[in-house]
Design a protein around this ligand. Structure first.
Ligand SMILES: Nc1ncnc2c1ncn2[C@@H]1O[C@H](COP(=O)(O)OP(=O)(O)O)[C@@H](O)[C@H]1O
Ligand SMILES: O=P(O)(O)OC[C@H](O)CO
Length: 498
């Protein structure tokens, strides 16, 4: 009977299970959306139990659809929305609060306090991150300070913290294993990415007790086994962990220094492998761990864009301009251009390279003739412009001029967007046949750990191109359009005073 690797891809809006064969092809997939809670403007929460429930559900569905027995699953890889923070009671396993999601802005004032106290440079030097509400550290502090009794319990060693990988592994192993990997730890604001350890000074600044923290491991090794009860009678090894953007980098086989990928999902995240060197950014990017495998750690420069595909969901759900995301391509193609309209989707502030927690969404350039089609096209184009902002920073920081950008994720299926992306970057854009590179990367990590695949070279040979988008736009037009975008961004900055 054939063996497979199971990848669990726990994303911002849905949980997915994907089963891969030895060729790296998707054999079965199941997906379930879950509830997004917006208790106040700028706040975003998930229910950790619903995340767990949907995860178990999609595993069962993916197996059931193709009649695959759990005994055929050789190992499990986990990849996850990053930074999203869960704190639970070690004894009961009950979360003390909803998960605070990466997009949540409630801790902006904690970040301001850290900056005022003069910790910004030290935090950047140690963690590779900027001080922003995006990362887990301030979210942990908020929970300990605001949930009744939490601080006392944390001080007594009775609470556990985890990003979503850690939470799922805790549940899958029946509360036996409390781990994370380098990539997820590197998003917390409390982990020293050069010394590879939780940092006592940073923990002190945020009042986070060390007893809450998971053990940090490589991205590809056996962490533990599922308990029988949850995994339908089988104990299966959990053998891969990576944050979703790092997993996509691994699935896109960007193993060489200078290779980069951009994933167009809820947000948009470009990562460039910088090899074994942690390159400090001078231009508003993050330095992060790409993966840790075979006793070595590879670093990446990252440009994190908070809102990309989510802006298309906004067109669909809030403005009711389209019935589904792919329709955006149809409407965008009905007009020659946006008629001068720019949409800056700073719904959750602006991430790289601006890092403005107080920016908010803006539409500029409207005239009496502006139409639904113009607005839809401008929203799609905003994803490409944000990517150019990040690419410029990345080329400046790395000194590497990118020839080709590998793309993936839901919105990378939009050919209009990919053509415009190539045009506005002046760089070729290539899309692989397996667009689910996030899950694929997690599967590769889990498969390598148990010998299902031998080495990275074997994986490189499996990468196959679906489409190549070549830049065609005249230089002058490209730069004029981009200058308009930069002007629009200025209008979105520093808007909210909450
Ligand atoms: N054809 C499309 N054109 C534009 N956006 C799309 C298209 N298909 C999906 N999307 C957007 O991509 C996102 C889903 O991509 P996915 O990779 O599943 O994201 P995530 O893992 O963040 O949930 C949604 O925000 C959706 O609006
Ligand atoms: O769930 P995604 O794919 O939108 O990814 C979210 C990122 O990990 C946030 O850092």
């Amino acid at each position: 009977m054939e063996n497979y690797v199971l990848a669990i891809d726990q994303g911002t809006t849905s949980s997915r299970a994907m089963i891969f064969d030895h060729d790296g092809q998707v054999v079965s997939v199941a997906q379930k959306e879950f509830t997004q809670y917006f208790p106040k403007p700028g706040w975003v929460e998930h229910d950790p139990d619903e995340i767990w429930g949907t995860t178990l559900g999609v595993i069962a569905d993916a197996l059931g659809k193709k009649n695959i027995k759990p005994s055929q699953i050789i190992s499990i890889g986990i990849t996850n929305q990053r930074e999203t923070t869960v704190v639970w009671d070690a004894e009961t396993g009950e979360p003390i609060h909803n998960a605070i999601v990466w997009q949540d802005r409630r801790t902006a004032s904690i970040c301001d306090d850290l900056k005022e106290a003069g910790y910004e440079q030290e935090i950047k030097d140690k963690t590779g991150l900027v001080v922003d509400a995006y990362f887990s550290g301030t979210k942990i502090k908020w929970m300990l300070d605001n949930v009744e009794g939490a601080r006392e319990k944390a001080d007594a060693g009775e609470l556990r913290f985890g990003t979503i990988d850690t939470w799922l592994i805790w549940k899958l192993t029946g509360g036996n294993v409390h781990v994370t990997d380098y990539t997820n730890a590197s998003r917390t604001l409390i982990y020293n990415i050069k010394e590879l350890k939780w940092d006592d000074s940073l923990l002190g600044y945020l009042d986070v007790p060390r007893s809450m923290l998971p053990e940090v491991k490589a991205s590809s090794e056996v962490y533990g086994k599922t308990v029988d009860f949850h995994f339908f009678g089988e104990e299966v090894e959990i053998a891969g962990i990576a944050g979703d953007q790092q997993a996509a980098t691994f699935g896109q086989v960007c193993y060489e220094k200078g290779m980069a990928k951009n994933t167009y999902g809820t947000g948009c995240f470009m990562l460039m492998n910088t090899g074994e060197e942690a390159v400090a950014s001078e231009n508003g990017l993050l330095t992060t761990i790409a993966y840790g495998i075979d006793g070595k750690v590879n670093y990446a420069l990252e440009g994190s864009i908070f809102i990309a595909g989510a802006a298309i969901q906004w067109l669909r759900d809030e403005l009711n301009l389209i019935d589904n995301a792919p329709d955006s391509e149809y409407f965008a193609n009905k007009v020659e251009d946006t008629g001068g309209v720019y949409v800056v989707p700073a719904f959750a502030g602006l991430g790289a390279p601006y890092w403005d927690m107080y920016a908010r969404g803006t539409i500029v350039g409207l005239t009496r003739g502006s139409s639904k089609e113009h607005l839809i096209r401008a929203t799609l184009e905003s994803i490409a412009y944000q990517t150019r902002d990040v690419l410029e920073a990345m080329e400046a920081d790395s000194g590497i001029e990118l020839k080709t950008l590998r793309v993936d994720g839901g919105a990378a299926m939009n050919d209009f967007l990919m053509n415009f992306q190539a045009d506005i970057l002046g760089v070729e854009v290539e899309r692989p046949k397996v667009n689910e590179t996030t899950a694929l990367g997690a599967a590769y990590l889990a498969g390598l750990a148990v010998g299902f695949w031998d080495n990275k070279e074997e994986l490189v040979a499996k990468w196959d191109r679906d489409a190549l988008f070549v830049p065609k736009m005249a230089e002058e037009k490209k730069e004029k359009l981009y200058a308009g975008w930069q002007k629009a961004v200025e209008r979105a900055k520093d808007w909210s005073d909450e």
